[in-house]
Design a protein around this ligand. Structure first.
Ligand code: PAF
Length: 279
């Protein structure tokens, strides 16, 4: 059974002990509902550091009005069993008061990067993510922290935030884990009906085709329009964005010599799916 702590003081005491022994540490921040994507982050941490700390905190600051904060899947026992079986050394599962005590009034905002794409459709989302992740990084003081490339914009926002604020933890991205048919694993895939689940892989297939045609030199605006049509044709109700961007700045993809990324967010039934692939 994995040891679970709920306060920053308890977490820091354990971390101090490990530091005194000269052990390196990895941090795997999660909101629970763990799937193979999260376990890949834990595996990478276990492979590259001596002690792995997973965190479980459904962060209210990153949910907007009308989003699924109340219904977000929560099952700490199952999550902690999975982490324990994988060999993770410690679970930090604070409650909301521990993370946001009375009169909490500080926020972290990553301008530019956090305002586009997801930032347009989920105002305040990245402020919530940057605020909680900066706290988790400060609380744990780990050497490395692991985030999935599935949330590609989040990974860029966190990387920039850590650089800008001189947070010494190395931020490492881990490749997206997919179902056999290409659908990226997500805690929100449980919202898909059987029929929607059959249509969902078209998102990834379309991204792959767009990426390969960008590489071949096709017109980007035409490709983005074509991609959106493909997704809508199989039953997605709307596409918030399907567009090609500079992989680091997330600005519109101009210079083909630089790495690019195709990113998508689209609604299928109750689920809003996001995904991305490199160009
Ligand atoms: O990706 C997530 O699960 C969350 O956004 C994170 C990084 C744990 C912050 O709450």
């Amino acid at each position: 059974m994995i040891k679970t702590v709920r306060t920053v003081d308890e977490l820091r005491k354990i971390v101090r002990g490990w530091r005194a022994e000269g052990l390196s540490m990895g941090l795997v921040p999660t909101m629970g509902a763990l799937h193979a994507g999260h376990m890949a982050l834990a595996a990478r941490s276990l492979e590259t550091t001596d002690r792995t700390i997973a965190t479980l905190f459904v962060n209210p600051k990153q949910f907007g009005e009308g989003e699924d904060l109340e219904s977000y899947p929560r099952d700490e026992q199952t999550d902690s069993d999975k982490l324990g079986q994988a060999g993770v050394h410690l679970l930090f599962a604070p409650d909301v008061d521990q993370m946001y005590p009375a009169n909490f009034s500080t926020g972290v905002s990553v301008g530019g990067l956090g305002d586009v794409l997801e930032g347009t459709y989920r105002p305040g989302f990245f402020d919530g993510v940057a605020t909680v992740v900066s706290k988790l990084l400060n609380q744990a003081g780990a050497d490395r922290a692991f985030f999935g490339e599935k949330d590609y914009q989040q990974l860029q926002v966190i990387t920039r935030m850590a650089r800008d604020l001189n947070i010494p933890t190395v931020i490492e991205g881990v490749a997206t884990i997919r179902e056999e048919d290409g659908l990226a694993l997500s805690s929100r895939n449980v919202y898909l009906s059987a029929e929607e689940r059959r249509a969902a892989p078209v998102l990834y297939q379309t991204l792959m085709q767009v990426a390969s045609r960008v590489k071949a030199g096709d017109d980007i605006i035409e490709l983005e329009n074509w991609g959106r049509e493909q997704v809508l044709a199989v039953g997605f109700s709307s596409v918030d964005y399907l567009s090609v961007h500079d992989a680091e700045t997330l600005e519109a993809f101009g210079e083909r010599s630089r790495p690019g990324r195709v990113l998508v967010a689209a609604k299928l039934g109750r689920a809003r799916l996001i995904d991305n692939v490199p160009v």
